[in-house]
Design a protein around this ligand. Structure first.
Ligand code: 3PG
Length: 214
């Protein structure tokens, strides 16, 4: 797939819902129920972060069993992570920032990457490599809606998915911006609800998030 085709794939993934749930999962056996709840609630693009040993098993299970889910792998830091994500059946990858080595690996990998930027210089360096879609991370500590909004005029080619410190309450401030495609956040899959297998609770959080306007 060409880099431009990968960008189009990212574009259609980010268009699926106003929020991409960012998941930290400890027990892979909870993955399918959780993902079905998210899909049923209207947020089908799901980022499972590589922050736990269960993450890749969770991705494999979701990719194999959950109809309608578009599962991605987050916290991708290295070429090895990217390869593991692809082999697990992920449809996209997300990184908190970018490094030249990771970007070189992404050029040679079929998996579309959504790399992170937190400054105008980082966003420009990614744009030079063809990334019109970028994660803005960590969104709130880095400057929140004011910072990403300030990039709309000088960097109109780039659409961002802000994540980091986003909630149902502050998501509208980002979604109102012309250069924000959607937001990401872990609030839809809280650790207590995941551990308890509270799929009804997760579906309710997803439903609320899916109704956010953009
Ligand atoms: C991410 O990787 O995008 C963040 O960890 C999600 O941030 P949050 O937990 O503040 O939503």
């Amino acid at each position: 797939m060409s880099n431009e085709a990968k960008q189009r794939r990212v574009e259609s993934t980010l268009a699926l819902a106003p929020v991409v749930p960012v998941v930290i999962i400890d027990d892979a056996s909870r993955a399918v129920g959780m993902a079905r709840a998210l899909v049923a609630g209207g947020v089908p693009a799901i980022e499972v972060t590589l922050r736990t040993p269960a993450a890749l098993d969770a991705v494999r299970a979701i990719a194999a069993e959950v109809e309608g889910a578009v599962v991605g792998v987050g916290t991708v830091l290295t070429a090895k992570d990217l390869d593991a994500a692809l082999k697990a059946g992920a449809q996209f990858a997300v990184s908190p920032g970018s490094s030249p080595r990771l970007l070189d690996a992404a050029d040679d990998c079929e998996l579309p990457l959504l790399p992170g930027a937190a400054t105008a210089s980082e966003a420009m360096a990614l744009l030079e490599r063809g990334y019109r879609f970028q994660k803005f991370f960590p969104a709130m500590p880095a400057g929140g809606p004011k910072l990403v909004g300030a990039w709309a005029s000088p960097l109109p080619q780039i659409r961002f998915c802000p994540t980091g410190g986003i909630s149902l309450a502050n998501a509208p401030d980002f979604l109102a911006l012309p250069n924000v495609a959607c937001v990401g956040g872990s609030w839809l899959t809280p650790a207590d609800k995941l551990a308890a297998g509270d799929v009804a609770g997760i579906e309710a959080l997803a439903r609320e998030a899916a109704q956010l306007k953009r």
